[in-house]
Design a protein around this ligand. Sequence first.
Ligand SMILES: [Zn+2]
Length: 370
Amino acid sequence: MIEVDWSIESGSLTMYDVSENTIRLVPRRDYDWEGRNWTAIWCYFCVRGARGKELTLKFLDLTDEWNRKPSFSWGPNTRPVYSYDQQTWRRFEHIEYAPRSRTLIARCRPESDTLWAAYIEPYPTARLQRFLEDLRARRADAQIGSLGASVNGRAIPFVYLGSQPSRRHAIVVCRQHPWETGTSFAAEGLIEFLASNAPEAQEVLDQIAFTVIPIANPDGVIGGGTRYNALGYDPNRNYDSVSIETCPETYHLLRMVESVAQSGQPFVIFNLHNNNQETGDYIVGDHQPLAGFSIEHFGDALARHTFFRGPVRLRPEPIVSVFGRPLPMVLLELRTGYDPTLGRYVTYHDQKAYGAGLARAIYRAMVSSP
Ligand SMILES: [Zn+2]
């Protein structure tokens, strides 16, 4: 008998039913605090009992609401992933998308009794815990701590690497939105590069201190959410009015940023996000968030060191202000679907390599001349 289970960390679905070898699945809608602006991108579950069968997965009701209008995150280029061991993930090869009914059909013949499936490769907090334990054992100088407690009282881990006193500080924020697992893989790749003892990495750390937040929204990640924290607040919105009650995740992030600002160290916040399958890469910021740092120069460096080839969108005003003061922030959006530069669907190895390349690009843009 075929069964579906999502009682795992980051597991997510609303319901399913099975008829012969066809499973109908409804991804969970992640609603904001007003019960509006829902997204149903993320899903992650386990199928048991389908070994050797012609399995059909029918994903239903693939609709979102954004700015109070219908919006669609899944589409003809969406290709969920599957795995037999949660280590090696592959994209489903046989996909059909029906635009009228907003339904996606994925077919496969499982080689194992247990098949895991997800929107893209999962990155649960348990993986981050193992990664941080390993880092702690390898690099005594890496400071590993917590920004503060999330809505549900969970730690929000950060990693600090740098020589004291550093000339500049890069704050890298990942995974404010739980489905964007590529950003946590990028954080891992970035930290691995910095902690590698390679002369190039030391050269970077001699000039720039890094504070990296691999999972900025742990409640959302553990609960299998798509966008919001446990109270339905978007951690990447309303920086100006954020409160410790409604969005402690962003509140604690801003307190950390404030302490860096008070130290007088010049800094830039790199805020990493993922696009769904249908849209492209880009970075956004104002022309010069920090003296000597040009976002165009950073975009060029990112294209030289990673598979990012997207446009640089300049804003006349800073993208984020807190109590009237502009925050030097650059927003980075990266694909998780088919990438024309790579000529294939992005994997988590690509996201990790992007993180290592991002460290090099930050160095070029913050320290060396164009
Ligand atoms: Zn995002």
